[in-house]
Design a protein around this ligand. Structure first.
Ligand SMILES: *Cc1c(COP(=O)(O)O)cnc(C)c1O
Length: 496
């Protein structure tokens, strides 16, 4: 079956997958969604006998149907290799009566590696398929994590360049060190004298700058974006939910056909949307439990039908979930309107104008697959401490949000369905908060570097390569620029 894509806001239809990957966002500002959903072709038994790479092919070919088998297998095999520190790529660990699906075994020890390791290959393959001869230059503004994960994915991928802008005084020392030590001849890092919004606005301006685009085109270069609304990031995320199910069957934890729940610590709504898509294509999933931190916009949405971003922005120990506008929710909205682009566009317009919209009772009725819940900072720290004491298993704070939410959900509902929890970051990435939760008095006084050793002692988990690297790797990037110099900086990097 040929799967084509359309914009959630109506301007585009019949777009092949490779085009949607190249474009990222549709021309009307909408998101690309499948015009119709495929269904799993392999049986669950068959899937449970497959390696990660084989299963990735079985799932991704359904959505990316204009890629040839050879192209897709090349992308998958280039992405999911020894870059990951375990052969299973996404192993499962049983603790606290749940199954933790560890999505942090890639280069930057967080789940964005799962999609950002393959996106560069999907993109360069798409460029070839569409007779685009230009080199692809990824431009990104980052508040810390995404920029590093994108660089790690694009580093030394032929036919690509990547330029990352970060606010000079707006990222943590560890995050800054991770970025400025990034290897790869095609990676470029620029610190901006300004905040994240300045960097983001500067990047958006460059995407819309026609004169710059024309000059770069003459030099054989064009811009693209690696952000989380690209279907090239969404589709690879569907894979690991199917893989989790297959792994549980293989391990004898569930029988073929049994339903599972999936709990996802949520920010931009990309990861949980992928779990929903897995359900739509035929994975036996009962509830999707959407776990929020104190920025509980989504909890309120699922419980009232009102999405309202007009509220204070709270800084928490799970910064990748500190988000008030969850971009990928638009894809769910589109589906529950019955694929009505006009209605979706009107709601998104209300969101951008007044920061708020309300869905109809009919739409709400279709949200029964989801349960929304949130955890306070105290509850997150308590869950990390409890699971460590009980199972000697250490969670990062994002996964801690999911574990706290799931524990409360289970106690409240009595729902004993086997549950997979998406474990989105290594505790090493957030060592300070994790150790604070476990024993503040003992660990708070330690330096960042001492904390890595302490975490090793506490968890028994080897210090990941990503952490070793920031201790020893030489600094390779030292460009600093004023906000009004961003365009000139890009010009000199790309022509130099
Ligand atoms: C990005 C991120 C999340 C949130 O995922 P979304 O797809 O944005 O909902 C959760 N945890 C970690 C560690 C992340 O990096």
């Amino acid at each position: 079956m040929d799967i084509l894509y359309r914009s959630t806001r109506g301007a585009e239809t019949g777009v092949p997958a490779s085009r949607a990957v190249l474009n990222g966002l549709a021309s009307d500002g909408g998101l690309y969604v499948p015009e119709q959903f495929p269904v799993l072709e392999n049986s669950l038994e068959e899937l449970s006998g497959m390696s990660y790479q084989e299963l990735a092919y079985a799932v991704m070919k359904l959505f990316l149907s204009d890629y040839t088998e050879e192209e897709l297998r090349f992308c998958i095999n280039s992405a999911y290799d020894e870059k990951f520190d375990v052969p299973e790529i996404a192993p499962i660990r049983k603790a606290d009566g749940a199954y933790f699906l560890e999505l942090f075994h890639g280069k930057t020890i967080a789940f964005k590696d799962m999609a950002l390791s393959i996106l560069p290959y999907l993109m360069t393959t798409a460029a070839k398929k569409n007779q685009i001869k230009n080199e692809i230059c990824i431009l990104t503004a980052t508040s810390g994590d995404t920029g590093k994960a994108a660089m790690a994915g694009f580093a030394d991928v032929p036919g690509t360049q990547i330029i990352v802008f970060y606010p000079k005084d707006g990222v943590s020392p560890v995050q800054e060190r991770q970025m400025v030590t990034q290897k790869g001849e095609n990676t470029h890092v620029v610190a901006i004298r300004g905040n994240f919004d300045d960097a983001q606005t500067g990047v958006k301006k460059m995407f819309g700058n026609k004169a710059l685009a024309a000059d770069l085109d003459a030099a054989g270069i064009q811009f693209s974006s690696a952000n989380s609304i690209n279907i090239g990031r969404l589709v690879p995320q569907v894979v690991y939910y199917v893989y989790a199910y297959a792994s549980l069957v293989r391990a004898g934890e569930i029988a073929v056909g049994d339903k599972i729940n999936i709990t996802v610590p949520t920010g931009n709504f990309g990861n949980i949307l992928a779990a929903y898509y897995a359900k739509i294509i035929g994975l036996p999933v009962a509830k999707l439990i959407c776990a929020s931190n104190e920025n509980k916009v989504l909890f309120d949405f699922f419980n009232t039908g009102i999405y309202d971003r007009n509220r204070p922005f709270i800084l928490t120990s799970s910064p990748s979930m500190d988000i008030l506008v969850s971009s990928n929710l638009e894809r769910l909205i589109f589906r529950i309107t019955g694929d009505d682009a006009g209605e979706t566009a009107a709601l998104m317009e209300a969101l951008s104008k007044g920061g708020k919209y309300e869905i109809t009772p009919d739409m709400r009725a279709q949200l029964s697959d989801f349960a929304g819940a949130f955890a306070s900072e105290e509850e997150v720290f308590a869950a990390i401490a409890r699971i460590y004491q009980q199972d000697s298993y250490v969670l990062d704070p994002h996964t801690g949000v999911a574990a706290a939410v799931y524990g409360a959900y289970r106690a409240k509902t009595g729902d004993e369905t086997p549950t997979v929890i998406a474990s989105t970051a290594s505790p090493y990435k957030f060592a300070r908060n994790v150790l604070h939760a476990i024993d503040a008095e003992r660990f708070d006084p330690l330096t960042d570097m001492e904390q890595f050793d302490a975490l090793h002692e506490v968890s028994g988990v080897a210090i990941p390569q990503a952490i070793e690297e920031i201790r020893t790797a030489p600094v390779r990037h030292n460009t600093v620029a004023d906000v009004d110099q961003m365009e000139n900086t890009v010009r000199s990097i790309l022509k130099g």
